[in-house]
Design a protein around this ligand. Structure first.
Ligand SMILES: [Zn+2]
Length: 245
């Protein structure tokens, strides 16, 4: 999971979502979530607009904003409709997720701490790396905070074959960066840009972002002890400027 910058929705969609929220608010509390769900399902134009902008915000080929591996197919309500129907049409509550993260993992879960603050990372509101550390050699996340711990559990970030996928992504990134370096030595800027785009479009972008961050960490020599040449590449300013998000 990596930080994602939230764009603006078209003004007409925002206006329509405000109208729909007012209509949900008029319904008595016990029936409100049912009304909100029905309203969401029946407003295809709003859903399409939200989906389009989320797709433009997503990394690579519209990958899931939670696992970063699969295609983001669903509009996920970060705070579930059943818990807060009045956020059904709240743009800040919409994320793009794969069906596995949205339906099978997260579902209606929304853990909170004793103050009511979410114990789930919203990648459009905070930097996931403040809460999660990726062990690059085994592709497994460990928590840095309680929120990180809860996020790993709710989304199953160390399950579903995801660690294996991250290990594979690390190898692919290394191979492409070596090609980038060969192109640099031959002063082929067009090829260098192509390799940068290849890395940017890879699923599991969190792996490359972790590599770039950990390359400057105090333990970098140990993390990259099997590949000092890769470490040197990851520390290059021109490559960091091209890839670091
Ligand atoms: Zn996912």
């Amino acid at each position: 999971m990596i930080r994602i910058v939230r764009s603006d929705l078209p003004a007409c969609t925002i206006a329509r979502m405000s109208e729909l929220t007012r209509a949900i608010n008029l319904v008595a509390s016990p029936e409100r979530s049912e009304k909100a769900r029905a309203s969401w399902n029946s407003n295809a134009t709003v859903r399409r607009s939200v989906r389009t902008v989320l797709g433009e915000m997503a990394i690579g080929f519209t990958t899931c904003m939670y696992c970063g591996e699969s295609r983001g197919t669903d509009v996920d309500h970060f705070e579930p409709i059943v818990r807060n129907p009045l956020r059904t049409f709240d743009w800040l509550n919409h994320l793009l997720a794969c069906s596995s993260c949205n339906s099978h993992q997260k579902g209606k879960q929304f853990p909170v701490d004793e103050d009511g603050s979410p114990l789930l990372i919203d990648p459009t509101a905070e930097d996931p790396f403040d809460h999660l550390l990726l062990a690059l050699s085994i592709g497994v996340y460990s928590p840095l905070t309680t929120k990180g711990e809860s996020t790993i559990k709710v989304l199953g970030l160390n399950e579903r074959g995801l660690p294996k996928g991250r290990m594979h992504a690390r190898k692919v990134v290394e191979l492409v960066l070596r090609e980038w370096d060969r192109a640099r030595e031959r002063e082929r800027s067009d090829e260098m840009q192509e390799h940068v785009r290849t890395v940017q479009d890879q699923p599991m972008a969190d792996v490359c972002q972790s590599m770039l961050r950990q390359a400057l960490s105090p333990g970098a020599d140990i993390v990259f002890s099997d590949s000092p040449a890769l470490l040197a590449l990851l520390r290059r300013i021109d490559l960091r400027e091209a890839l670091l998000r």
